[in-house]
Design a protein around this ligand. Sequence first.
Ligand SMILES: NC(=O)c1ccc[n+]([C@@H]2O[C@H](COP(=O)([O-])OP(=O)(O)OC[C@H]3O[C@@H](n4cnc5c(N)ncnc54)[C@H](OP(=O)(O)O)[C@@H]3O)[C@@H](O)[C@H]2O)c1
Length: 195
Amino acid sequence: MIELDVTDSANIQKAVEAVETSLGTTGLNLLINNAGINSYATLETLTAEDMMAVFRTNVVGPLLVSKAFLPSLKKAAQALHLEGMSCNKAAIVNITSLLGSIQLSRENFTRAPMYPYRLSKAALNMASMCLSEDLKQYQILCTAVHPGWVQTDMGGMEAPMPVTDSVSSILKVLSSLSQRETGKFLDWEGKEIDW
Ligand SMILES: NC(=O)c1ccc[n+]([C@@H]2O[C@H](COP(=O)([O-])OP(=O)(O)OC[C@H]3O[C@@H](n4cnc5c(N)ncnc54)[C@H](OP(=O)(O)O)[C@@H]3O)[C@@H](O)[C@H]2O)c1
């Protein structure tokens, strides 16, 4: 196991070196940015510190991790002479949330008026879109995936979906991704979500 704190640049670099040593010359095919923290802060309770902490982990972290692993992803994309884009070739998958959808916030805001979390996932969605456009030139796919409401520490035990269901479904979706899905926002079943 390789430890990685996404809020610590030196630690990210150490993790990149450890991954590259373990992969040898092949490069990294798939980077899943899953780390995230929650905040239930509303307009009344939010603070600058809370906002910055959530943004540091949920937005800056995945972006810096993606940037740090880019040489290794490029290496993988070049090494495999596969047609088109896929997670077998080279891909970044950002685990986001439905709560980051600006479109859907009209209907679901009052159920979860969590400003820092929503704003951070909306920013992560923009990062996914930017990365997908930027990395097309290297044949690196980038997709944002909402895992569903899942029974984790963050989702809580009242969540409807066991972790195994969400993970197995997401893995199936990832195995089917192609250039058609780069720059898309998908749920755990592969259904497209409005940004
Ligand atoms: N559960 C849901 O219903 C739900 C819904 C929508 C989206 N999501 C998203 O799904 C992802 C996973 O969430 P989860 O439900 O599994 O949450 P979780 O149970 O709270 O787990 C969060 C994970 O993120 C890691 N993490 C937090 N800060 C980190 C950091 N600075 N560096 C590296 N790792 C860090 C934690 O590691 P440690 O345990 O070592 O702290 C933990 O493994 C998150 O991006 C979340 O926003 C979850």
